[in-house]
Ligand binder design. Structure first.
Ligand code: UT7
Length: 332
């Protein structure tokens, strides 16, 4: 099937990020579980991660990253029409974390809601923002991803606790101008594989009770190697489809900003998309896997470091629990 690229309808006007100051190194983890710096680095590429303290919630980190993005867009929070918040770690189950962020920002004219697509959340959020703009429902949309992964990992399970970190990334999305904006989107879901990466207990099906706590089933469980294989396959597929839909090739891409779960997954995706590693943004070594916050934090760092700027062509590719996967080609 061929695609005729359409002009962009929504652009990323600005980005922002927040990471908690506390650095936890692989050496620190060696004193907590039976692991080693060598194992973590060679299997994942991770050297350290940032962890939030007990007083910092997902909404606090979201508000912090959002304030940066708002300032860079020259917007007052009262000018926001929507706050679309991606998280797998809501501060409370009711109401949504987006409501807390709306209150923290004083975004008194915004509608705010959470959505749950795990690590693919930022890219799903960009498409939702675009849809609200195309529908004429608003002009200033905040997409914010925030994850306090340290609150849902089992700190006695070495196969998961070494992988994750905390943080938040934001983007202000506005109507496209001068060819800048989202050139293509691709999103997919396969719920038949949900139990390869999930939290079995603590929801409506198995409400939180003493047996859930005893079995530690409210923490993240992951079948690592199976997830790894699906991640590589799905991220390659998503990259290919997004490039095709945008009518561009890997050669045209100034920077690939992939989900930061594992350096080996990133390298496989880049190879498949024919993008050399010097045009791939990697920060998994410093932050670990921040689920949906990984891509916006990486994009914001890439902008800050001058790796990309206005007019650059960026490919973003994500994969996560669900399974969900997605990719976008964006002219910044
Ligand atoms: O965010 C999106 C979703 N997540 C991902 O994309 C993550 C995808 N999966 C992965 O990145 C990798 O599968 C992991 C990094 C999670 C694991 O790497 P792996 O190469 O697939 O290792 P493995 O799970 O096959 O484990 C190999 C060995 C096992 O020991 P035996 O059975 O060979 O004796 C594990 O028990 O490594 C052991 N192991 C560890 N050893 C030291 C597992 N975790 C650790 C650890 N330290 N932290």
């Amino acid at each position: 099937m061929t695609h005729t690229p359409t002009p962009p309808r929504a652009k990323l006007a600005s980005t922002g990020r927040y990471n908690p100051p506390k650095v936890v190194t692989n050496a620190d983890l060696e004193s907590m579980v039976d692991t080693s710096d060598e194992w973590i680095r060679s299997r994942t590429g991770i050297r350290e991660r940032r962890l939030a303290d007990a007083d910092t919630g997902a909404a606090d980190m979201a508000a912090a990253s959002a304030r940066v993005a708002l300032e860079r867009a020259g917007l007052d929070a009262k000018e926001l029409d929507f706050i679309l918040l991606s998280t797998a770690t809501p501060d409370r189950l009711l109401p949504s974390t987006a409501c807390d962020v709306q209150a923290l920002l004083g975004a008194s004219n915004a509608a705010a809601y959470d959505f749950s697509t795990a690590c693919s959340g930022f890219l799903y959020g960009l498409s939702m923002a675009e849809a609200h703009i195309v529908a004429g429902q608003g002009k200033n949309v905040l997409v914010v991803a925030t994850e306090k992964m340290s609150s849902i990992v089992d700190w006695s399970d070495r196969s998961t606790c070494v992988l994750f970190g905390d943080g938040s990334g934001s983007a202000v999305v506005q109507p496209a101008t001068d060819g800048r904006g989202i050139l293509s989107s691709y999103m997919r879901t396969d719920g038949t594989l949900a139990e390869l990466l999930y939290r079995p207990g603590g929801g409506a099906r198995i409400p939180l009770d003493i047996s859930v706590l005893d079995e530690r089933s409210h923490y993240v469980k992951m079948a690592g190697p199976e997830v790894f294989r699906s991640a590589v396959r799905s991220m390659c597929e998503a990259a290919e489809k997004a490039l095709l839909r945008a009518g561009v090739s890997g050669d045209d891409i100034d920077l690939l900003v992939p989900h930061q779960a594992n350096l080996r997954i990133i390298e496989s995706t880049a190879k498949y998309a024919k993008i050399p590693m010097d045009r791939v943004f990697v920060n998994v070594d410093r932050y670990g896997n921040m689920s949906s916050a990984s891509i916006p934090v990486a994009l914001d760092e890439a902008v800050e470091q001058g790796r990309v700027g206005e007019g650059s062509l960026v490919l973003m590719v994500a994969f996560g629990a669900g399974f969900t996967w997605a990719a976008n080609v964006v002219r910044l």
